[in-house]
Design a protein around this ligand. Structure first.
Ligand SMILES: NC(=O)c1ccc[n+]([C@@H]2O[C@H](COP(=O)([O-])OP(=O)(O)OC[C@H]3O[C@@H](n4cnc5c(N)ncnc54)[C@H](OP(=O)(O)O)[C@@H]3O)[C@@H](O)[C@H]2O)c1
Length: 321
């Protein structure tokens, strides 16, 4: 067991710095604090920079870990209403990465895990990467956000070690279908935990330059009122509101009805167009170019998303016939 005294490092931490030094952690080492918050990592695979040998610049990670008190006590100096969340992203694919950058821009601390090894990417981006969900949950994020493919989410959620999380943690998701994760969370997530189902109605193309006016759908499925959980939830939603999103509070069921008529149809048309192998002509109209762009952007998501939209939205098959 390695032990590291946090008091040596606290002076080095800049509370307003949005980027934490990157580090891959996975398990086995225990870190003891001379202050009030002991923090444990559970396995032996700390990456090349062992915690006991942290250079000066890496001390922020320790403070980040140390800083596991409730969010109200982590208020930034700019506003008593604002504080920085620790957001644990599960699934660091295209959309998980896109969101991670936005969270960091707003000063939140991003932790992540994924099926594939993203340690190099995270190192570059200042994301703390964990090799598995156990390690991520031991770091006790305020919000655990499922950014996994629709098809893989059930196995992932059923594998969350909830006993390692605080009960005021919020389980959230960004899946493009909503009734499915809502039911899954209600089935699997212990009752004290918060549940927030969301769907940002944009992606890395449409939201590349700005989120101004783009819709963000959410359903506070289970958030305890007047609680830390509620403050975490509001703070998480503020990330999108502050970027100018049009916030749409809507039940998951209602979302899926509308999405079958809009998003699923868009993806279906794009797939049909893609199968027609249309190419640019010397006399393209603007409308044709819009169609080509739609096809390119939509099909670039790959088949997992489309399969998920079809199989996990009960309203989709009706639209397809
Ligand atoms: N892209 C968008 O514009 C957009 C917008 C709103 C919402 N969403 C939602 O965001 C989520 C992520 O979308 P995406 O565009 O990044 O691509 P995606 O293909 O839907 O999901 C990719 C992610 O799922 C993980 N994954 C796939 N199969 C897995 C398996 N069998 N076991 C464990 N993990 C698995 C991948 O892990 P590895 O990378 O580690 O392999 C990756 O992190 C989806 O639920 C989607 O509906 C996407």
């Amino acid at each position: 067991m390695a032990s590291y005294h946090l008091s040596n490092t606290i002076a080095n931490f800049n509370q307003t710095d949005s980027k934490l030094p990157a580090m891959t952690v996975s398990a086995g080492t225990s870190i003891t604090s001379t202050t009030t918050t002991p923090f444990k990592l559970n396995s032996s695979k700390l990456c090349s920079t062992g915690l006991q040998h942290l250079p000066q610049g890496h001390s922020q990670i320790i403070n980040h870990i140390e800083n596991s008190q409730e969010p109200s006590t982590r208020a930034s100096s700019s506003s008593s209403q604002q504080f920085h969340l620790r957001i644990g992203i599960v699934g660091l694919g295209a959309f998980g990465q896109f969101l991670a950058k936005a969270f960091q821009r707003q000063g939140h601390h991003v932790l992540g895990t994924s099926r594939s090894d993203y340690s190099d990417y995270c190192q570059e981006q200042g994301i703390i990467f964990f090799q598995d969900l156990n390690g991520l949950c031991e770091a006790q994020p305020d919000v655990l956000l499922a950014c996994s493919s629709i098809l893989s989410t059930e196995d992932i959620v059923r594998g969350i070690p909830f006993h390692k999380l605080k009960s005021n943690t919020i389980l959230a998701d960004v899946l493009s279908v909503k009734e499915f994760p809502k039911k899954l969370f209600l089935d699997v997530v212990p009752k004290d935990f918060g549940i927030l189902c969301t769907h940002p109605m944009f992606g890395k193309y449409s939201g590349k330059n700005s989120w101004e006016g783009l819709r963000f759908v959410y359903d506070k499925v289970r958030i305890a009122e007047n609680s830390i959980q509620q403050r975490k939830c509001e703070q998480f939603l503020n990330i999108f509101q502050d970027q100018g999103c049009r916030m749409v509070e809507m039940s998951c069921e209602e979302h899926d009805q509308y999405a079958a008529e809009s998003q699923f149809i868009t993806h279906t048309i794009a797939r049909i167009l893609s199968n027609m192998n249309l190419g640019s002509t010397p006399i393209n109209t603007k409308n044709f170019e819009t169609l080509m762009e739609l096809t390119e952007n939509t099909v670039s998501h790959g088949s997992d998303l489309y399969d998920g939209l079809f199989m996990y939205n009960v309203n989709a098959p009706k639209q397809a016939t």
